[in-house]
Design a protein around this ligand. Sequence first.
Ligand code: ATP
Length: 246
Amino acid sequence: MSEGPCLEVRGVCAGYGAIQVLWDVDLVVPEGSAVVLLGPNGAGKSTLLRCIMGLVPLWRGQVSYQGQRITGWAPDKRVAASISYVSEVGVFAGLSVEDNLRACGTGLSSREMKAALARTWEAFPVLAQRRRSAAGSLSGGQRKLLGLAKGLFRRPRLLILDEPSAGLAPVVVNEMVATLAAVRGTEEVTLLLAEQNARALDLADRVAVLHGGRKGFDGSVEEFRAEADITAEFFGLPSAEVEGAS
Ligand code: ATP
């Protein structure tokens, strides 16, 4: 394994057509850590994750993974290098739970596929029960779990999740956070997740805040929690308002 961070993003600018969305964004994800990318709607979180995956081209800047520049790599080469990405949607609604998983195992031998399925059923018993059901018939929380299970199917070194808690009821968000914490305890995986929900901080080591396509705070969860004006930045409020409210 290489020394240094698992993932390093330097000076990334990107956008769609003529519209710039990301402005000079830096981000470091240390090996073995969990980093939460926090930011409100439209801050550019998904765009940054897509840039890291090679799904949106960079206008400027570099992405390095395990010490190697991967900026020009096609998405499938990144997947082959053990980077896994789960989009906000994450599942094929018309396929069964099992077929969703099998679709992630393309190229695995039948023995590896069997082992990966067995691992998944053990880690996600609720999915085992629904293995033959269409993914579209699952509850929102179960669908998000299936997305997570798909992301983990090939035992990635780096797992990138786009808003795993989006659209979930608060109690289900808690379950998702607990599941992700359990994943951290059992798998040797580095996590990068985009979130709007501050509950995700409970499983993270580090936080980076994205606001209007620019990076703001970047530091430990403890530092983030300790600074009221940072909370203000995240919620887009003047800091006095947050201090006054507390
Ligand atoms: P959300 O939580 O709403 O997904 P986000 O922080 O992930 O927010 P992005 O989805 O990256 O933000 O969107 C950043 C900006 O880019 C927004 O203004 C959005 O409208 C715009 N955008 C996103 N995807 C596209 C696209 N495919 N084409 C054009 N503009 C886009």
